[in-house]
Design a protein around this ligand. Sequence first.
Ligand code: AHM
Ligand code: MG
Length: 334
Amino acid sequence: MTKKNQTLGEFIIENQTDFPYASGELSRLINSIRLAAKMVNHEVNKAGLVDITGAAGDTNIQGEDQQKLDVFANETFIKTLTNREIVCGIASEENDDFITIEGQKNDHKNKYVVLIDPLDGSSNIDVNVSVGTIFSVYRRITPVGTPVTIEDFLQPGNLQVAAGYIIYGTSTMLVYTTGHGVNGFTLNPALGTYYLSHPNMKFPENGKIYSVNEGNYVHFPQGIKNYIKYCQEEKEDRPYTSRYIGSLVSDIHRNMIKGGIYIYPGISNYPNGKLRLLYECNPMAFLAEQAGGKASDGFQRIMDIKPTELHQRIPFVCGSKQMVEKVEEFMKKG
Ligand code: AHM
Ligand code: MG
């Protein structure tokens, strides 16, 4: 049961039994993420003061080193998850390799691995545009009690047990799923409490917004070029509206609420596009499907792709179901 205005803490306790393999571990994991997100939020909100307090790499007036925000976010999420001894391994978009969590009370006994993009869209920070954190949780597949291996991280998205994002926007929100729909919580910064503001979020079946970096148009595959022309045609309910923030979390969040599609296709110099399967596409795909939407690489379901490497990229089409299906139609025709 989801009650609007419930706090995230209350919601987690009330819905613990909905979690797969409920043992409280996943609840504690989500709790850690919400805590780290508050710390990152606090820093992100001060980003505009950088000229006053000192730029990244400088030493501030108190003699403290100023960190770049993406480094800060990476360290904060990793430290919080490590210190609370909740996961057995973490892979981050910011690190070349995965981290094995050692020195836990029950060495390697934890069941979950987390994959995270700690601060996505960080180039937007300098211009005060919203950024986000994206996370994805899997149950380990190697035996409990042994160190994690790469296989624990290279699982297809359809095995995710939880995924979500934090959007540091006009409000800060945590939106997540454990496979029972999608719920959004807004942070009241004065109290440090998240409230259930968007219960049971759903992508409208169809939409009128398309989000793509049209600057790359000449490098797009023919199917995507044709779809963009279709969006711009004066026919039926078209032309659609073009909206592109260049911050994946914000673009998906808006489209989930209003109805729309996000596209980052393969481009001639980057045939697999820019976005990462494990840190960006899979978690967004899980959320999209749980919200009644769809996510594809233009031909097949994102969550059915078996990853081959940690930082693998993939073309990404995600949003309202009918819109994604239309893109697939265009891609098939080529
Ligand atoms: P990042 O992980 O380096 O921050 O890049 C990911 C971001 C997404 O948030 C956004 O949708 C995309 O890159 C924008 O890319 P582009 O500027 O090529 O349109
Ligand atoms: Mg990213």
